[in-house]
Design a protein around this ligand. Structure first.
Ligand code: HC1
Ligand code: SF4
Length: 572
């Protein structure tokens, strides 16, 4: 420990702290736009300036290590003026059209202007630079970028990808994919982690809200919606509810009030995925197929392995993701069942993810019926639609999803947290291997936020070895083990985003202060595990509606029809 003084207050902090961290530990929230705990540590924005007694210049507290007995001053006329001057420089290069900006009221720059009292400062940029909306998922507006570097840091240090960098100099400086490429060419995996790290609206998802409103208003279309597991664990945050509040049944009501004809749940398709994937795994084990088999539900992850490790693609399960399985089943079986023309069904999904927009647009995710999924909204976009429709979300009466594609088990719910797909798979595979109903179904070893998790489960005379990775940099570690022949696992779960879908690139924005105060991933995951524990059925193969889909339409898991509608192939 080191003892220092901050504005005259004695404080003891760990010796590897920065002055910024020390100040925050006693409730002095020194302002900063570039620092993001665990992600980005720079002195780029120069808002966190402090004085050190006995030293001359102002220093950036985010990069300044504490020293025994140092005396820090965080507020003085000099500091206030310097911060304001720096803010003026930022604003001279920022399109401050706050009222019509998608980050209005959740923008860190806006809030900091208010905190600093930047009243009466004229904010007008000279000339606007072109906005890059060439990718299917991410829009980059250089006129909103304040060059904080958080997006560069999360892409490189957290995801291990590194497609973003600073280009040009002086007033022309921009952060963008190398050589001015589009995100698609970069190549970016569309995980959207950079969007979540951005303090302003320089990076946002490509909105499909208008497309969905248009479909909802088209009397000729039958508009169905599915909602991903992780959405329910975070949507409430957009309406002021605490992080970790589950809003499943209010969410269904809101979708009905928005005008969707049927409300379905991706959790149903998650159960379906377990049957297909579990069957594929057992088949690979029995017949000496490629092992370890790796999950295929996270589209950011699929794009990552397709682009960066395509030599290992044979390890990936051929299952489409639950989003796409649901889309495909709705335009075939559901259409048949209800005498609907698949071309008149407009299928929407609500996802915690930006890469799902790309997944739904892939050529291989369509058939005679057209696209499996016609439009993908992020959790944030759904919240915006609810606000546009003036619904008082918190006071909506809870209701249920529609039969039969709204029926699910606890195994489907936990897909949204890292380790959840694996746990769901083990619950089913273990019962099949054991030939009996196993009662103890909480597989704690695959839960939690460790980067790479391992477990082995002894069932039916076989020891099934599994591993789980979340965040592509952790996935890379497992891929390297496979390449070196050192990965003797049967099954690996990979999710592109750290924490899994609960922390997807389409989830509600969390401010840096909330990130420091709460374990956001754990709280959101907790909401899913709680819902799982409260459900009467918690194993995918026990879902009676999935059983009905097999008996009426698909035959059995892994059948010819399943392969036609529920499986896919990959791009080398
Ligand atoms: Fe996910 Fe999935 S869990 S990928 O993380 O397999 O996005 O929530 O919908 O498709 O079910 C995301 C979440 C989601 C799929 C499922
Ligand atoms: Fe990097 Fe992901 Fe952002 Fe693409 S979406 S630039 S891969 S952080």
């Amino acid at each position: 420990k080191v003892s220092i003084r901050i504005d005259g207050i004695r404080v003891e902090v760990p010796k590897d702290s920065t002055v910024l961290q020390a100040a925050r530990s006693i409730g002095i929230n020194i302002p900063t736009l570039c620092y993001l705990e665990g992600v980005n540590k720079t002195g780029a924005c120069r808002m966190c300036l402090v004085e050190i007694e006995g030293e001359r210049g102002l220093q950036t507290s985010c990069t300044l290590p504490v020293k025994e007995d140092m005396s820090v001053i965080t507020r003085s006329r000099r500091i206030r003026e310097a911060r304001k001057e720096n803010m003026q420089l930022i604003l001279a290069n920022h399109n401050s059209d706050c009222l019509s900006c998608s980050k209005n009221t959740s923008c860190e720059l806006q809030k900091m202007c208010e905190d600093l009292g930047m009243y009466g400062v004229l904010m007008r940029m000279q000339a606007l630079k072109p906005v890059d909306d060439r990718s299917p998922c991410i829009v980059r507006d250089p006129n909103k970028c304040i060059l904080c570097g958080r997006c560069i840091a999360v892409c490189k240090n957290v995801q291990g990808i590194g497609v973003l960098s600073m280009a040009e100099r002086g007033l022309d400086t921009e952060i963008l994919p190398a050589f001015g490429n589009s995100f698609e060419e970069a190549p970016c995996i569309f995980c959207g982690q950079c969007i979540n790290a951005c303090p302003t609206a320089a990076l946002t998802e490509k909105s499909e809200i208008d497309k969905v409103w248009e479909a909802l208003e088209d009397k000729d279309l039958h508009v169905v919606v599915q909602v991903a597991p992780a959405v329910r664990a975070a949507l409430g945050e957009e309406f002021g509810m605490p992080i970790g509040t589950s809003v499943t049944r209010q969410m269904y009501t809101s979708l009905r009030m928005l005008g969707f004809d049927k409300i379905f749940d991706t959790n149903f398709a998650a159960d379906l995925t377990i049957l297909e994937e579990g069957t594929e795994l057992l088949e690979r084990i029995k017949s000496g197929g490629k092992l370890p088999m790796i999950t295929s539900c996270s589209p950011g992850w699929i794009r990552y392995i397709e682009i960066y490790h395509s030599d290992l693609l044979e390890h990936v399960s051929s299952c489409k993701s639950p989003q796409q399985m649901m889309g495909s089943v709705l335009k075939t079986y559901y259409a048949q069942l209800n005498g609907l023309d698949p071309k008149k069904i407009f299928s929407v999904s609500v996802m915690p993810c930006t890469a799902k927009k790309y997944e739904a647009s892939k050529e291989e995710m369509a058939g005679d019926h057209g696209r499996d999924v016609d439009a993908v909204l992020t959790t944030r976009e759904l919240a915006r639609m609810i606000k546009e429709a003036s619904l008082d979300f918190a006071s909506l009466e809870p209701s249920d999803a529609d039969e039969i594609f709204g029926d699910y088990t606890g195994a489907g719910v936990i897909f949204g947290a890292t380790g959840g797909v694996m746990e769901a798979a083990i619950r089913t595979v273990a019962d099949i291997l054991e030939g009996a109903e196993i009662e103890d179904i909480e597989y704690e070893a695959v839960r939690g936020l460790e980067g790479v998790k391992e477990a082995s489960v002894a069932v039916g005379g076989l020891t099934v070895k599994v591993a789980v990775a979340h965040g592509t940099d952790n996935a890379r570690k497992l891929l390297e083990l496979i390449r070196e022949g050192k990965a003797d696992y049967h099954f690996i779960e990979v999710m592109a985003c750290p924490g899994g879908c609960v922390n997807g690139g389409g989830q509600p924005y969390v401010s840096p202060f909330e990130r420091e105060k709460f374990n956001v991933m754990q709280l959101r995951a907790g909401a899913l595990y709680k819902e799982d524990a409260e459900l009467p059925l918690r194993k995918s193969h026990l879902n009676p509606s999935v059983q009905k889909l097999y008996s009426d339409f698909l035959g059995k898991p892994g059948s010819h029809k399943s392969h036609e509608f529920l499986h896919t192939s990959y791009r080398k």
